[in-house]
Design a protein around this ligand. Structure first.
Ligand code: COA
Length: 260
């Protein structure tokens, strides 16, 4: 697997995917969006990979948004199609069925903030800055900013960011729940690896069903969400991973999950 605009390193069960366009602060041009969509499909299909870390090249940016040069060229009928294509790419990560962690190493603006929000966990370096600055350009967010941001940080915080276009620092992002952890920049990837190693040691089926129950449950009533949870609980009861997890606890040893 190789991509024009991405670096992919797979070590053990963890893939590190880096958007590699540092000279343009890793802005999402059409090629990056196409490469990311392909990478999400490849990683989903790769049974050896159990978790993915997504980050940006260089010390300054995770992703500084959609490529404004590409946006400037778009015709009147192109915007909706561009938004749907980008949204589809983000869903490739959100619905991969494997945990995806965004290691936000600098600017995460516009599409960068939106891509980070489609990941299951976000951690940030102290220099990270988040924002939805689309209104500064006279446009609206197109890759989920109006939808995932309020679901993560609440309507008030989301509208503050969406209407002012202001950047939010790492500590404010932590306070709002936009990220789960802030660490010094030189420790970001080590922390991401440490977290992901902890996560991929769990049962893959249990992880996938948990993420699915959270996502589907957030879009429905509590009653329906609880049924989704019960269905997942019923399904995991049929896996050998459940037997292994319970037996390993009783035998006071680490479980070895196979994902079956
Ligand atoms: N699209 C295309 N190019 C971008 C970009 C984007 N979203 N963000 C940064 N770049 C490019 C710059 O044009 C510049 O290219 P150049 O060296 O060829 O001129 C390069 O990346 C470095 O950016 P620069 O603006 O010089 O860095 P800075 O440290 O002064 O400012 C930002 C950093 C992030 C504050 C600033 O680049 C910015 O506001 N970017 C746009 C963010 C945005 O609106 N994103 C949402 C788009 S919908």
């Amino acid at each position: 697997m190789s991509y024009q605009t991405l670096l992919l390193e797979v070590e053990g069960q963890i893939a590190v995917l880096t958007v590699n366009r540092a000279e343009k602060l890793n802005a999402l041009n059409d090629q990056v969006v196409a490469d990311l969509a392909q990478a999400a499909r490849d990683l989903a299909a790769n049974a050896a990979v159990r978790g993915v870390i997504l980050t940006g090249a260089g010390p300054k940016a995770f992703i500084a948004g959609a490529d404004i040069g590409d946006l400037a060229k778009q015709g009147v009928m192109d915007g909706r199609a561009r938004a749907l294509k980008g949204q589809g790419m983000l869903e490739g990560f959100e619905k991969m069925g494997k945990p995806v962690l965004a290691a936000v190493n600098g600017f995460a603006l516009g599409g960068g903030c939106e891509l980070a929000m489609a990941c299951h966990i976000r951690i940030a370096s102290e220099n990270a800055r988040f924002g939805q600055p689309e209104v500064n350009l006279g446009i609206t967010p197109g890759y989920g900013g109006t939808q995932r941001l309020p679901r993560i940080v609440g309507k008030g915080n989301a509208l503050y960011m969406l209407l002012t276009g202001e950047h939010v620092g790492a500590q404010d992002a932590l306070r709002m729940g936009l990220v789960s952890k802030v660490v010094p920049q030189d420790q970001l990837m080590a922390e991401a690896q440490k977290l992901m190693k902890t996560i991929v040691a769990k049962g893959p089926v249990a992880l996938a069903l948990t993420m699915d129950a959270v996502d589907r449950g957030l879009e429905t009533t509590l009653e329906e969400g609880l049924r989704i949870e019960a269905d997942a609980f019923g399904l995991v009861a049929s896996t050998s991973d459940m037997k292994e997890g319970l037996t390993a606890f009783l035998e006071k040893r680490a479980a070895k999950f196979t994902g079956s």
